[in-house]
Design a binder for this molecule. Structure first.
Ligand code: IMP
Length: 209
């Protein structure tokens, strides 16, 4: 039977990236919507890892299927000049329903007059997995960049239009999905998670998980 992996997110942009990254796995990837699960989760952790574990455990409990692997992520943007704001509050920054056009412009405004070398920032992603036996593992991925002076590009989501990646000379909203998935925080955390899952699930055997 194909392994089912349930990814605990309601964010369509993230789900697109996740499917792309996990497509080489011989597993059925389900979103919460596809699995028919609704969970009102209080993300009251103090780190990305804590929040990812909270989400994965809550969704595993709601799913109630022991053979499913539940993955959840928590991610956000850390801006060094703003003491790592918005950080774990990235989705909630200026209010959950505020548009990213407004959030992005607000961050650009808060960095007015700040030179390139002080505009350093990173996207961070922690992924937690609840395995069928209840074991919990976490991984973390990071992409370093800096905050641009204006929004650029229309790919991706969230803060992508203001996140400039020096190695590409573009914002992550100007990268194709393939380019972003080669270097993104989520891709790095997920790649690491794929390796760990392979080790845990069938140690000693080569499996396409
Ligand atoms: P989460 O859904 O609680 O993990 O919140 C993550 C938030 O961080 C998103 O809603 C975005 O605001 C921001 N974020 C995380 N990853 C990305 C990304 O790849 N591009 C742009 N914004 C991101």
């Amino acid at each position: 039977m194909r392994q089912k992996i349930l990814f605990a997110t309601g964010n369509a942009g993230k789900m697109r990236e996740i499917r792309e990254i996990l497509q080489d796995m011989d597993a059925e990837i389900l979103s919460m919507k596809e699995a028919g699960i609704e969970a009102d989760i209080q993300e009251n952790g103090t780190t990305f890892e804590e929040n990812a574990v909270i989400k994965a455990k809550a969704v595993a409990a709601a799913a109630g299927q022991s053979e499913v692997i539940v993955l959840a992520d928590d991610s956000g943007l850390e801006i060094d000049y703003l003491n790592k704001e918005p950080g774990i509050y990235s989705a909630r920054y200026l209010g959950e329903n505020t548009s990213y056009a407004v959030k992005n412009q607000n961050l650009i405004d808060r960095l007015e007059g700040v030179p390139d070398h002080k505009r350093t920032a990173r996207f961070v992603c922690a992924i937690a997995a609840v395995l069928p036996e209840g074991e919990v593992i976490t991984t973390r991925g990071v992409i370093e960049g800096r905050i641009d002076y204006e929004e650029k590009g229309s790919n991706g989501f969230g803060y992508d239009p203001i996140f400039y990646v020096p190695e590409f000379g573009r914002t992550t909203a100007e990268l194709s999905i393939d380019e972003k998935n080669r270097v993104s925080h989520r891709a790095r955390a997920l790649e690491d998670m794929k390796t760990k899952l392979k080790e845990r699930l069938l140690p000693g055997e080569k499996v396409d998980v």
